[in-house]
Design a protein around this ligand. Structure first.
Ligand SMILES: [Zn+2]
Length: 309
């Protein structure tokens, strides 16, 4: 599975929460992978297209929960993309009207998906849901081992501008280009990527990116010592803070003795040395352990902490 699919998988397995956020996520999905066709006589039809069966299922669930709509999904193969499997969900004109009204109760009858009202995303919870929906609908993210990049490909400039504004408001600086007739909102920076993934609720993905970054900055070795900018340091600290937090959780729930002996030792060291780098921690262990060995154990600790959720 590529990293985009992994992240989407994590996002679609998140539980649906408040009604306001369900609306927001659905509307973002509609804005990002929905399109409208004219049926004549003023009737319009909304359909969703995605390459992910999981995303389609999420749309299906949201439509049902928010609007009581159940539409039959279809599997379509689009030859022009080398036989790529695409999933489609078509709504009736009546259901289409319901969804569009849900996006903007004041909207005039019309066919556009443009001009998404900002007020729907005034609350922080709904902004996060919107960004998650947008990513599910039209987002991709590169495997962090190959660089820190994420992109949203949108059909028109208005929707792209809305998303870019929302991301900026939430501390994710973006750029914007046009590519083959589409509007692409992108980010190209580790911090921005981590913030984005965190906003959407993809905590496993955040952890993965942080691990890759930690490994990268360790192998950069000497360079980092002389070149260590504030952002990097903050990032490193926050990874350590997260470890401390996980270990504390394990300690409260089960006690650190519930961990295998080698993990317990590392966990205790981390608690008493919250500022140490992974290599330093490795040197304190007996017998000493390489930084990648320490990292691996930290991952196992994190996995253990996750089972407590
Ligand atoms: Zn909300």
């Amino acid at each position: 599975m590529n990293f985009t699919a992994t992240v989407k998988q994590e996002l679609i397995s998140l539980p649906l929460e408040k009604t306001c956020c369900m609306t927001s996520e659905l509307n973002a999905l509609t804005a990002c992978c929905g399109s409208i066709s004219l049926l004549g006589a003023g009737r319009v039809q909304l359909h969703y297209v995605t390459q992910s069966a999981g995303v389609l299922r999420r749309i299906f669930t949201l439509l049902k929960r928010r609007h009581g709509i159940s539409a039959a999904p279809r599997l379509v193969r689009l030859g022009s993309f080398g036989g790529v499997r695409q999933y489609q969900l078509r709504l009736t004109p009546e259901d289409t009207r319901t969804v569009l009204r849900g996006m903007d109760p004041q909207r005039r009858e019309g066919i556009g998906l443009r001009g998404v009202p900002l007020r729907q995303t005034r609350r922080i919870c709904c902004r996060r849901a919107w960004i998650r929906g947008a990513f599910l609908g039209c987002g991709t993210v590169t495997d962090p081992a190959r660089g820190y990049r994420a992109e949203f490909v949108l059909a028109d400039a208005a929707r792209a501008a809305h998303l870019a504004r929302l991301l900026t408001l939430n501390g994710v600086p973006t750029g914007h280009i046009q590519r083959r007739g589409s509007e692409v909102v992108y980010l190209r920076q580790g911090d921005a990527l981590v913030t984005l993934l965190g906003l959407m609720g993809a905590s496993r993905a955040v952890f993965h990116v942080e691990n890759v970054r930690a490994a990268g900055s360790l192998s950069a070795g000497v360079n980092r010592a002389t070149n260590c900018d504030h952002a990097n340091l903050t990032k490193q600290l926050s990874a350590a803070q997260r470890q401390v937090e996980q270990i504390t959780r394990i300690s409260l729930a089960r006690g650190l003795t519930a961990l295998p002996r080698e993990l317990e030792e590392l966990a205790r060291l981390r608690l008493s040395n919250p500022d140490a780098g992974l290599k330093e921690l490795g040197d304190m262990l007996s017998p000493p352990l390489t930084k990648s060995g320490v990292q691996q154990r930290m991952r196992r600790i994190a996995a253990f902490a996750q089972t407590l959720d």
